[in-house]
Ligand binder design. Structure first.
Ligand code: PAF
Length: 283
């Protein structure tokens, strides 16, 4: 029978619990999440366990990264199932603050990331998003003071933003990306996949299929504008409303014309009904 992880809900309790975990100089990994955990999150926890002696998972649906028109209120919350999954993985500590503990009355400071956060990808469609993510992740890093922190590659721009922020602010944490976990048909796992109707769920893997096909065309020497235009047409034909399909430099997210100019990452965001899906692959 797995032992339930300790759950803490206030910053002083978190500090005491992390100090205890650090006894005998044990290293600590943080896996930041918004809960509604799936196998993708489990793979982050498993990587965390390989990289540090102790594992802290935060579960906090962060209001500052949602626009008023977005799904903060209806974002899936599955606390009991989440705790059971984390217990089964041997997680030591769950940091589960109330909104008031993270953003007390009078809270007035935000981190405003630049560089990768202004690459013209997610930020073009969700201008509030990376400010909210950087602020909450900056707080999580200073609260937990982990040696390493694990983020999924599925949110590739987010991974680049938090990596840059941790370096720029000397936060002393090594940010590690973890490979996207996919359903058998190629759909990237996401807490928001539960929003898809059966018909949308059947169409959703098209995103990954089209990206893989476009990557093949790029590797065969096709120029990126032609490959992306063909991919965009196929995604639209499959019933999506496309926000973007682009290739960027994998490290800087700067526009890139061909594989000769450096490592490429293809990134996509598209809506199926009211659900917005994002994905990316290495080219
Ligand atoms: O990727 C997420 O789940 C969130 O953006 C994060 C990193 C936990 C910050 O709220």
């Amino acid at each position: 029978m797995p032992r339930n992880p300790t759950v803490v809900r206030t910053v002083p309790a978190l500090r005491r619990a992390v100090d205890t975990l650090r006894a005998k100089k044990a290293t600590v990994a943080l896996v930041p999440t918004m809960g509604a955990l799936h196998d993708g999150h489990v793979s982050l926890v498993r990587l965390a366990k390989r990289r540090a002696k102790r594992v802290v998972v935060s579960i906090f649906v962060n209001p500052t990264q949602f626009a008023p028109t977005e799904d903060f209120g209806s974002y899936p919350r599955t606390w009991k199932e989440d705790v059971a999954k984390l217990a089964a993985e041997g997680v030591d500590l769950i940091w589960h603050p109330e909104v008031k503990a993270m953003y007390p009355d009078g809270f007035a400071t935000r981190i405003v990331p630049e560089g990768p956060a202004t690459a013209g990808l997610e930020d073009r469609f969700r201008p509030h998003f990376f400010g909210g993510v950087a602020t909450v992740v900056g707080k999580l890093f200073t609260q937990v003071r982990p040696d390493v922190a694990i983020f999924g590659e599925k949110d590739f721009q987010q991974l680049r933003v938090v990596t840059q922020m941790a370096a720029d602010l000397d936060l002393g944490v090594k940010v590690i990306g973890s490979k996207t976990v996919r359903e058998r048909d190629g759909l990237a796992m996401s807490s928001r996949n539960v929003y898809l109707s059966p018909e949308e769920r059947r169409a959703a893997p098209e995103l990954n299929r089209v990206m893989k096909q476009a990557a093949g065309r790029l590797r065969a020497g096709e120029d990126s504008a032609t490959a992306m235009a063909a991919g965009a047409a196929e995604i639209t034909k499959a019933g999506f409303v496309l926000d973007y399909l682009e290739v960027r430099h994998a490290a800087t997210l700067a526009p890139i014309g061909s594989l000769k100019d450096g490592p490429m990452r293809m990134l996509v965001a598209a809506r199926l009904g009211s659900t917005r899906l994002i994905d990316n692959i290495a080219v």
